[in-house]
Every structure is written in structure tokens, then in C-alpha cells.
Design a protein around this ligand. Structure first.
Ligand code: NAD
Length: 477
């Protein structure tokens, strides 16, 4: 059994759950301890006990810990990437890239720990100086989804620790493996007891217990909209900081003047890589009428050419869907789209492979309109729809016609339209002639409207969430 990590101790539990490989459901990766309310509370106490010491640790100590973690993650990137692909289903190259990214995130925040400065201003009054400093918030709970099993835990844990906060990580039920390796790496790197705690278990039990604990001063969450709303509702009465990254229904606009080859590659990558299970995936492809026919034809051909197969098979380009529930959801949305009048241009069917897994052919549905269910609700699978529009103005209107606002893209050779879109797309991240998914780790990540709440994640902007500001006035006359 892979145990929990609480207060620097590995803790086994009465119950352990199997981690099943979605590429081969006969393959059980390992069994993972299942924490309950008591374990969540013990982790909160351990974090609270460790908080003063970690808050007063030196920038050098924090830097050195994070740098050791970065080096170990980098050295183990192939092993972690392989585990990631085995438990989540993205292909091995994507798994290794994600593990490498996690290492780079820790490396970046090792540097941020050294740069944790403030500001010194003259007061508007004589002989007074004003100092603005950034102090740790206290114990933070990190609640993460299954689709980026190492990158998301890394991009929350690294800044939390860099800015002096102890962590309780609650990973998604489907992917305990990568979170467990992260705990092991932190432990091996000499993380002080209680500064990093790992509690696997159910969201409704462990997550709820973390939310009920007043010692938890901040919650950073990535996942679905309903869970995010529950977390916000539980946290506001406690004056607790909340950061929510939730769903998307991200548009990719393709204009008549786009480079057809590039636009179809951008759509293919944005919609289907990582099995389309990215919050930033291009799920609505909005195409102007002059290029629509040629674009759909070529994209459908490229989609049909994608090789679906087991995540660890080097020939696979698209791995399985993460589990049965997600697969059923994908198939249900495909069915609804067809019944509402969509035209199936590629996929829609299961793919048979040598091993039993959740293999779904990447699916492209054309002739949809913005009001259809497929264009309103997040599917979270290898499924994209095409909406035909007259011109750029209509494309922009349709792109913004969604409660979400995470990421938006445009393919065009017109500087005028690219610039206009950059300014007017209602999204936290905009991409020009690039897939809507695939971001850098050193710049802010996050959305607008219904997709996100609270300060941005990643890059130097991450400090806003993981610190609180103190303004000090000193008379020195
Ligand atoms: P989810 O909301 O079901 O679960 C996310 C996490 O919340 C899990 O760890 C889960 O155990 C926990 N949880 C569930 N119920 C809880 C409760 N009552 N209290 C506390 N915690 C609880 O989401 P998921 O299915 O794991 O992930 C898919 C969703 O995540 C999609 O909607 C996707 O768009 C979103 N996502 C968003 C981003 C982003 O940055 N915007 C990134 C990745 C995924």
C-alpha cells in the first residue's frame, strides 16, 4: 500500500484503493491508502504546527528545498512520466513532458523564494517610511483534478512552499500515483515534518474535512464548476482565500485568410492532444464561410488519421479516456450533438485495442450552431464541434457567447483581426496561430467569467494568492 504523508510520517490506512490503468483495466498500478475525516484533520494539525517554523525559514532554506525537488523530479522525469501515462492515459511523450514541466516549475519557484521582496516608499507625511511586505498566509489546502496529475500539484505546491506556507495536498481519486511520488520526492529532499502533507481520499470526505477546518487559511482548487462553487461557499464565511480554476468551452476562430495547413494543425493539437482532456482544449471551432468547406475536409482527414492506442505504446498519438464515467459522458455528448443536428465528420466510435481500455476515436462534429448543447457544456474529452459563421464580427460574438472564459484562439494572417481578437476575446489567455492549450510555466495562467475566481496561478503572479500584504509605517524623524 502506498501510504499517506502526515506530519513527516508515512501513514497506512485500513482501506486502500486500486489505481487502474485506463489503457488496460487488468493492470493495477498499485493500491493507495484512503484517508478519511480523521486523517484530513491530522494533516491540518500537522500543517498548522509547522506553519510558524516554515513562515520563518530563510529564503535560502526554501530555495534549497525547492531546487532539490526540481533536480529529483527532472532526474526521474521518464519514470514519473511513464507512471503518469499509466494512471491517466495521456501518451508517454506527453507524460514525460508534464513531469519535466513539474521539475521546471519547482526550479522557477526556487528562484522566486529568493526574490520575495517588498517595496519601500516615502510616506506622504514627513519623516515616515512605508514598507509593503508579503507574508505567508498559513496552511493551504490544494485540491487537484485528474487531468494533470503532476503539473497541477506542482504548480500549486511550489509557490505555496516558496512563500512560506505549509501544504495539505488532496489529489484527485483517479491519479494518486503522481501525487504520491511528489510527496516522496519532497520527503527525500528533506522537507520539514508537516510542511507538506498528502491525504488521498474522496473529495466529499477528505476535501470536505479540509474545507471545514478553520486552520486552513487558503484553498487552491482546480476542477469542475460545481465543486469549485462548493469550495467558495464553504470558504467565504471563514474569510478564507480561495483560488478556483474550473471549466472551459474554449473557442478557436479560423478566418478565411488563415494558413489552412497551420490552422488544421492548430485545431488538431488544441482539440485532441492529451485525449482532449485539457481545460484549455479547443472544443468550439468557429470557422468563417470562405474557408469552412476546405478546413472541415482537411481537419476531418487529419482527425481520422490520428492513431488511438495504449498510452505506453510508442505508436499511439491519442491515449484512452481516463475512466468509464468520463467515457460515458463523452459518448452521451456525441449522441446529443447528433440528435440536435450535428454532422459526424470523424470518430464517434470506440476503438478496439489489444488491451481492454477506454479508447474513443477522436470525434469531429460539423454543422453545429452556438445554441446546441455541444457548444454550451464542457465535454472534457476528444470531441470538438465546428460552427460556421459569416465573418470575423460574428466569429468574435460566437467565441464570447459562453459562460466560460479560460482560453481563446484565432488563426489568421491579418494583424488587424489578430490584434482586435487579442483585445476583445473574453478569456484569460489568448493564442494567435497557436493551439488554445499548451502554456508556459513562467507566466500567469487562468481565466475570466465562469472559468476562474481569485488571483492567477503560475509565474511571478502566483505570489498574490500565496501571500498576504502588510503595510508598515515607521517614523524615523
Ligand atoms: P472535480 O471537481 O470532480 O474534482 C476535482 C477535485 O475536487 C478532486 O480532487 C476531487 O476529489 C475534489 N472534490 C470533489 N468533491 C469535493 C468536495 N465536495 N469538496 C472538496 N473537494 C472535492 O473535477 P475533475 O473531474 O477531477 O476534473 C475535471 C474538471 O477540471 C473539468 O471541468 C476541467 O475543466 C477542470 N480543469 C480545469 C483546469 C483549469 O485550470 N481551469 C485545469 C484542469 C482541469
Amino acid at each position: 500500500m502506498k501510504p499517506l504523508l502526515i506530519g513527516g510520517q508515512w501513514i497506512e490506512t485500513a482501506q486502500a484503493v486500486p489505481n487502474v490503468n485506463p489503457s488496460d483495466t487488468k493492470d493495477i498500478i498499485d493500491h493507495y491508502a484512503q484517508g478519511g475525516r480523521a486523517e484530513a484533520q491530522a494533516a491540518v494539525r500537522a500543517a498548522a504546527d509547522a506553519a510558524p517554523g516554515w513562515a520563518h525559514s530563510t529564503p535560502q532554506e526554501r530555495h534549497d528545498l525547492l531546487a532539490r525537488v526540481a533536480a529529483d523530479l527532472m532526474a526521474r522525469a521518464e519514470e514519473i512520466g511513464t507512471l503518469l501515462s499509466r494512471e491517466e492515459g495521456k501518451i508517454r511523450a506527453e507524460g514525460i513532458a508534464e513531469a519535466t514541466r513539474a521539475a521546471r516549475i519547482f526550479d522557477f519557484f526556487a528562484g522566486e523564494a529568493l526574490r520575495a521582496g517588498g517595496e519601500l516608499l516615502p510616506s506622504v507625511r514627513p519623516d515616515i517610511e512605508v514598507a509593503i511586505t508579503h507574508e505567508p498566509v498559513g496552511p493551504v489546502a490544494l485540491i487537484t483534478p485528474w487531468n494533470f496529475p503532476i503539473a497541477i500539484p506542482a504548480w500549486k505546491t511550489a509557490p505555496a512552499l516558496a512563500f512560506g506556507n505549509p501544504v495539505i495536498l488532496k489529489p484527485a481519486e483517479l491519479v494518486p500515483g503522481c501525487a504520491w511520488v511528489l510527496a516522496e520526492v519532497l520527503q527525500n529532499a528533506g522537507c520539514p515534518p508537516g510542511v507538506f502533507n498528502l491525504v488521498m481520499g474522496e473529495g466529499s470526505v477528505v476535501g470536505a474535512a479540509l474545507l471545514a477546518a478553520p486552520e486552513v487559511k487558503a484553498v487552491s482548487f482546480t476542477g469542475s464548476v460545481p465543486t469549485g462553487q462548493r469550495i467558495a461557499a464553504a470558504s467565504v464565511p471563514m474569510n478564507r482565500k480561495v483560488q478556483l480554476e474550473m471549466g472551459g468551452k474554449n473557442p478557436l476562430v479560423v478566418l478565411d485568410d488563415a494558413d489552412l495547413e497551420r490552422a488544421t494543425d492548430v485545431a488538431l493539437d488544441g482539440a485532441f492532444f492529451s485525449t482532449g482532456q485539457r481545460c484549455t482544449a479547443s472544443s468550439r471551432i468557429i470557422v468563417t464561410e470562405g474557408i469552412h468547406g476546405r478546413f472541415v475536409e482537411l481537419l476531418a482527414e487529419k482527425v481520422r488519421g490520428l492513431k488511438v492506442g495504449p498510452a505506453l505504446d510508442p505508436a499511439s498519438q491519442i491515449g484512452p479516456v481516463v475512466d468509464r464515467t468520463q467515457l460515458d459522458q463523452d459518448l452521451r455528448y456525441i449522441d446529443i450533438a447528433r440528435r440536435e443536428g450535428g454532422n459526424l465528420r470523424a470518430g464517434g466510435n470506440m476503438v478496439r485495442c489489444a488491451t481492454p481500455g477506454y479508447f474513443l476515436a477522436p470525434t469531429l462534429i460539423s454543422d453545429t450552431d452556438p445554441a446546441m448543447t455541444i457548444n454550451r457544456e464542457e465535454v472534457f474529452g476528444p470531441v470538438a464541434s465546428v460552427i460556421r459563421v459569416r465573418d470575423y464580427e460574428e466569429a468574435l460574438h460566437v467565441a464570447n457567447d459562453t459562460p466560460f472564459g479560460l482560453s481563446a484562439g484565432i488563426c489568421t494572417t491579418s494583424l488587424k483581426h489578430a490584434q482586435h481578437f487579442r483585445r476583445h476575446a473574453q478569456a484569460g489567455m489568448v493564442f494567435v496561430n497557436l493551439p488554445t492549450a499548451g502554456v508556459d510555466y513562467h507566466v500567469p495562467f487562468g481565466g475570466t467569467k465562469g472559468s476562474s475566481f481569485g488571483p492567477r496561478e503560475q509565474g511571478a503572479h502566483a505570489r498574490a494568492f500565496y501571500t498576504q500584504v502588510k503595510t508598515s509605517y515607521v517614523f524615523g524623524g
